[in-house]
Design a protein around this ligand. Sequence first.
Ligand code: TRP
Length: 454
Amino acid sequence: METSKPVKRDSFTTGIGVIAATLGSAVGLGNIWKFPALTGLNGGAAFITVYLLSTLMAGLPVMIAELMLGRRSKSDALTTFRVLHPKRESWALIGAAGVLSAFLILAFYTEVAGWVFAYVFKAASGSVLSSDPKVTSAAFASLISDPVQSIFWQCCVLLFVGGIIVLGVSKGIESTTKRLMPVLFLILLMIGVRSLMLPGAAAGLSFLFHPDFSKVTGAVVLTAMGLAFFKLSVGMGTMITYGSYFRDDQNIPMTALRVMLADLTVSLLAGIAIFPAVFTYGFKPEAGPSLLFITIPAVFSQMPFGNVFVVLFFVLGAIAATGAMLSIMEVPVAYLHQRFGFTRFRATALTVALLALIGSTAALSNSTLAGFKLFGMTMFDLYDFLTSNLLLPLGGFFICIFVGWVWGEQKVRAALSNDGALENRAMISTFFFIVRYVAPVTILVILLRGLKII
Ligand code: TRP
């Protein structure tokens, strides 16, 4: 068992800071890149409905569970299980898998973020703007198929995020996200309003809000659940780590609920910003991951002041991605710091160096390594698939089992009521029922069906 107790732990300092950092983690490329792309590919509102159900039955409960465990243990994702259940080392495997997932997610996430950062500059110089989708797709292709540019932008992102992480939890993560989150909402609202004034607004909205359930298969349900985990940053210890920086008087269930609702609002606003424009200018909503990079510049370049809105859009993306990447990188950094006593600088430097290595396999998967495939997928797609469709749901499943069956109701009641200070018995009962029965069964069934095992 560990004896390494932290001397003095940094933490979030204000209630607003807690919300900003946690929401900053949830809001990310998931909202503006994955959510619209997956919604467009999988039948619009029907997909959103399944996504919402997965969020309520699995994503949100796991989020509450993670924050609760982290705050109780005041430890990183791995050490948390050792502290809370010292008799059985094997539970720490959840945390170990989480640290692994952090690297896999960041490997492809920093690459997409790199494209977004690059597009801020390219859009500002006007080089990616054209009303002709052939030109915008060629511009995107030339970026992602250029190994030098891909690696360069990924390294920029890694150094940028690493630079903030080094500053610490309160001075780095909290103060950055506290400043950036309001800007993000402002930009999103502006773009959303602009988009709603377009002639195709009605068609775009009806696509977003009119369900077509014929598209929903087992694999689609798994994708929706994977997105629910990915969106709320749960299943790999991010929320355990952030929970460990929560104040003891923070109301965890309410915080999680608020973050979930705000995050959903951002996703819907992103959809409202994108789909009316897509329909107005005759694009297909099924463009997939390239929706953001090919369609957006083409679509926006056709509307008045479009060039300004395109730059704003990618600035928005860069802000969103930053808060999310901070939270993922904090998982290994917190672990190295607490477990091995590394200084924050050393822990961050090591993490960034490792990521530059693993990340390059994702960055090069559209160029040098395009032919290198495992299970029929490039490294980029493999990391994405493995984490969202396997590791996060599995992590979430075991966290539910740990909380619902091992840690038990009494400790949950004490932890979530802040040792009796909060009057939230009914809420806790509902949570406990879901974590013990509903969530694990839902996750397992969706996982097995989605992977065609049953
Ligand atoms: N939620 C973020 C997004 O939607 C991504 C993210 C941050 C994440 N931390 C995570 C995903 C932890 C999985 C696990 O972009």
